[in-house]
Write a protein that binds this ligand. Structure first.
Ligand code: PLP
Length: 412
């Protein structure tokens, strides 16, 4: 009996690959799941952890999907996307970013997440370094680790508006550096790189021909006030031949569930990504691709309307959080997140006598006492902060910020 027990235990333990030990499940998804479970138990939870717009997909995009299904576009497509969507993407890059790409330089995947993952899998050898400014989108370091690379985290603190400084970039570059990942406007901070910010970085990058640029422009269209979006290959044409410009439908087009992301870059890299995709997911959904053609070629007036609402919510949240004792909330340029500092809460005691030592303690305290589901800064590589997504109703945000103010006042 013991022998059989030992064998079965052994085989259970051996089934998992050692590469899994390098990564963790996404902490933002974990928090969203936890919030949903607590809600299902009847708790009064306000979910501010998920990174998706609360607006529905615009009707003309849904109609295009229905039409595609009726026409029978329900089959496999080319592995990295349909020619018609690739063409729409080339036109988008020209129109919005003044970048010239042909369809053989475009890849389409099941979300920007898959495109980024494919690109890292296609290029990293064991030990290759990837520079990731922190705070970062949670998936970058773990994707690098899965692909056997080494994340090289460079902290970009609040007093620098969370923007990578040229001297810090230069210090982080080594002979092993393969990529730098840039993300503007950023998840989790909402900070955007101006043309001048990017130029200072690209002036350095052109001196290091072995370093490639992966730019995640997912929040390009979600910018407020006078902020002007720009992307590295546009700012420094010399970098065009070693830049992968990544974008997607999820955020601005309110299409998170449709799972379409895309990228453009040098043809040999795009061909390598295609090879990986042809052996993994085969192709992104044919129906979602048809919908994305309608989105990219269709009317964009809903963007200004959504942004107007997002900006109002941003202003509301920043103002209310800045009135909470111990919280400092900078005003972001874009995306739909705020990344306040909770340094003023660290070391304080909760009403039941617990000391708040980390931003994870702060987030747990907010969840347990006031039902606020936010994500702790450590998950994004820069503490003590927490991230709130304001892609939720204005009433819920007002209620949430009042609860946070109350929780902060209750600390001693
Ligand atoms: N990049 C950033 C910075 C994000 O915030 C997200 C989603 O949260 C993604 C990429 C991936 O988006 P998707 O896979 O839905 O296109």
């Amino acid at each position: 009996f013991f022998f059989i027990f030992y064998l079965s235990l052994g085989s259970n333990m051996n089934i998992l690959a050692s590469r899994l030990n390098r990564i963790q499940p996404s902490p933002t998804i974990a928090m969203s799941i936890k919030a949903r479970e607590l809600k299902a138990e009847g708790k009064n939870i306000i979910e501010l952890a998920a990174g998706e717009p609360d607006f529905p997909t615009p009707p003309h995009i849904i109609k295009a999907a229905e039409d595609a299904m009726s026409r029978g576009e329900t089959k496999y497509t080319d592995p990295d996307g349909t020619p018609v969507l690739k063409q729409a993407i080339c036109e988008k890059f020209k129109r919005d970013n003044n970048l010239d790409y042909v369809t053989s330089q475009v890849t389409i995947g099941t979300g920007g997440k898959q495109v980024l993952y494919n690109a890292l899998m296609a290029t990293l050898n064991a030990g290759d370094e990837v520079i990731i400014p922190a705070p970062y989108w949670v998936s970058y370091p773990d994707m690098v680790l899965l692909a056997e690379g080494t994340p090289k985290i460079v902290e970009c603190p609040l007093d620098k508006n969370f923007i990578l400084q040229p001297e810090d970039l230069e210090r982080a570059i080594t002979p092993k550096t393969k990529w730098i990942i840039l993300n503007s406007p950023s998840n989790p901070t909402g900070s955007g790189y101006t043309w001048e910010d990017l130029k200072k970085l690209t002036d350095i990058l052109i001196q290091y021909p072995n370093v490639w640029v992966m730019t995640d422009d997912m929040y390009e269209h979600l910018v407020y006030d006078d902020f002007k979006f720009c992307t590295p290959a546009q700012v420094e044409p010399e970098l065009y031949s070693r830049t992968l410009t990544v974008n997607g439908m999820s955020k601005a087009f309110c299409m998170t569930g449709w799972r379409i992301g895309y990228a453009a870059g040098p043809e040999n890299l795009i061909t390598a990504i295609r090879k990986i995709q042809s052996q993994s997911t085969s192709n992104p959904s044919s129906i979602s691709q048809a919908a994305s053609v309608a989105a990219l070629n269709g009317p964009m007036d809903f963007l200004a309307k959504n942004n107007y609402v997002f900006k109002q919510r941003r202003d509301l949240v920043c103002s209310m959080l800045n009135q909470a004792k111990g919280i400092t909330c900078p005003t972001p340029d874009g995306a739909f997140y705020v990344y306040p500092s909770c340094a003023g809460l660290i070391g304080k005691k909760t009403p039941d006598g617990k000391m708040l030592k980390t931003d994870e303690d702060v987030v747990t305290y907010l969840l347990e006492t006031e039902g606020i589901a936010a994500v702790h800064g450590a998950a994004f590589g820069l503490s003590p902060h927490f991230r709130i997504s304001y892609a939720t109703s204005t009433e819920a945000l007002e209620d949430a910020c009042q609860r946070i103010q109350r929780a902060c006042s209750a600390l001693a």
